[in-house]
Design a protein around this ligand. Structure first.
Ligand code: ATP
Ligand code: ZN
Length: 292
C-alpha cells in the first residue's frame, strides 16, 4: 500500500475558473480558512491551516483525487459519476445544483426516451447517457462533444442532446425542451481512498464539522421578540427551536424578551403565529456559524 508523505499539506482540488470556483472559495473562507491571492497561482497556500489548494479544470478533479495527488476535491456529482472515479463522497453541498437531462427540438413529436430508439444523442456525458439508455433497453447512437452541445440538433449532428440544465434558459434559447432527467447533481466534497496520515485525517474531520456548522447557520435565523409573560407557553409551542428559548424579564412589568434560533424555512409561518400570540418587535438576524 502506498502511503503519502505525512509532512505534506492537505491538498484540496478546486475548479480553477468556472461555475463552482467562487462558491467553493467562499465556502472555504466561510469556514475560516484564509488564502493568499488565489487568482495568481495554481497552487495556493492556506495561511492559517496546513492546507493548500490546487486550482485545475473540473474534469481533472476526480482523477487527481483518485490518484491521491489531491486528498480532497470539490466537484460536481455529475463529473464524479461520469468519471466513475474510485473516491469517497464525503458529503453533498447544496450549490452547483443542476440535472443531466435529455432535450429535443420542439415540435419534433419526440416525447419520451423510447421515441429516440435508433437516433443520435449528442452529449459531453457519454457514460451517464449510455447507462441511462441501456438501463431502459433503448438502442441509441451517442455522439460525444466537448461543449456547445445545445446547437447539435440545429447543425443536424444529432436528433437530441443530453446536457446539464439548471434554469432551462439555454435550452429554451435553442428551441429545445426537456423530455426526461438522467441524473440529479450538486457539488460534492470527495476524498481520496489512498491512505492518509493521522494529521490529515483529523484536519478533514475538522473541515467537515465546520462545513456542517456553516450549513446549519445558513439555514437558521436568530430571532428576538418581546411578549407578555402569560404568552410564553403559547410562544414556546410555536417555536420549532433547537433548544428551549431564552426568556428574560424586561423592565416593563409582565413583559419578557425571548431569544431563540429557528430554521429559516419556517420563518414566515413562525413570525405570523408569534404576532398572533402577542409577540411584538420581532427581529431576525443571520448567524455566522454554529456548533450544535
Ligand atoms: P472547466 O474549464 O473547469 O472544464 P466547465 O466548462 O467544464 O469548466 P462549468 O460550466 O464551470 O464547467 O461547470 C462546472 C460544474 O457546474 C458542472 O460540472 C456542474 O456540476 C455545475 N453546474 C451547475 N449548473 C450548471 C449548468 N446549468 N450547466 C453546466 N454546469 C452546471
Ligand atoms: Zn469541465
Amino acid at each position: 500500500m502506498r502511503t503519502l508523505d505525512s509532512n505534506t499539506s492537505l491538498r484540496i482540488a478546486v475548479q480553477k475558473s468556472g461555475r463552482l470556483t467562487d462558491k467553493t472559495l467562499n465556502l472555504l473562507e466561510g469556514i475560516g480558512l484564509k488564502f493568499d491571492d488565489y487568482k495568481r497561482s495554481l497552487l495556493v497556500k492556506c495561511l492559517n491551516f496546513d492546507v493548500e489548494l490546487l486550482l485545475i479544470r473540473d474534469d481533472d478533479i476526480p482523477e487527481y483525487v483518485e490518484d491521491g495527488v489531491c486528498d480532497l476535491g470539490f466537484v460536481g456529482g455529475n463529473t464524479v459519476a461520469e468519471d466513475e472515479a474510485d473516491v469517497t463522497i464525503l458529503r453533498g453541498l447544496n450549490y452547483g445544483v443542476c440535472r443531466l437531462s435529455i432535450a429535443v427540438p420542439k415540435n419534433e413529436n419526440i416525447n419520451k426516451p423510447e421515441d429516440l430508439a435508433g437516433k443520435k444523442i449528442a452529449t459531453s456525458y457519454p457514460v451517464l447517457t449510455r447507462k441511462f439508455f441501456e438501463s431502459k433497453g433503448i438502442d441509441v447512437n451517442i455522439v460525444t462533444l466537448s461543449g456547445s452541445v445545445e446547437i447539435a440538433p440545429r447543425l443536424e449532428i444529432a436528433d437530441a442532446i443530453s446536457d446539464l440544465v439548471s434554469t432551462g434558459g439555454t435550452l429554451k434559447a435553442n428551441g429545445l425542451i426537456e423530455i426526461d432527467k438522467i441524473f440529479d447533481s450538486e457539488t460534492q466534497l470527495i476524498q481520496t481512498n489512498k491512505p492518509l496520515s493521522e494529521g490529515k485525517q483529523q484536519l478533514i474531520e475538522k473541515i467537515l464539522q465546520r462545513i456542517e456548522g456553516h450549513k446549519k447557520a445558513a439555514e437558521s435565523r436568530y430571532i428576538m421578540m418581546n411578549a407578555p409573560q402569560e404568552s410564553v407557553p403559547e410562544i414556546k409551542k410555536i417555536i420549532p427551536s433547537l433548544k428551549s428559548p431564552t426568556v428574560m424579564p424586561l423592565a416593563d412589568n409582565g413583559m419578557v424578551a425571548i431569544h431563540t434560533v429557528i430554521p429559516l424555512s419556517t420563518f414566515w409561518d413562525v413570525m405570523e403565529n408569534l404576532k398572533e400570540a402577542g409577540a411584538t418587535g420581532i427581529v431576525m438576524l443571520p448567524i455566522e456559524s454554529m456548533i450544535v
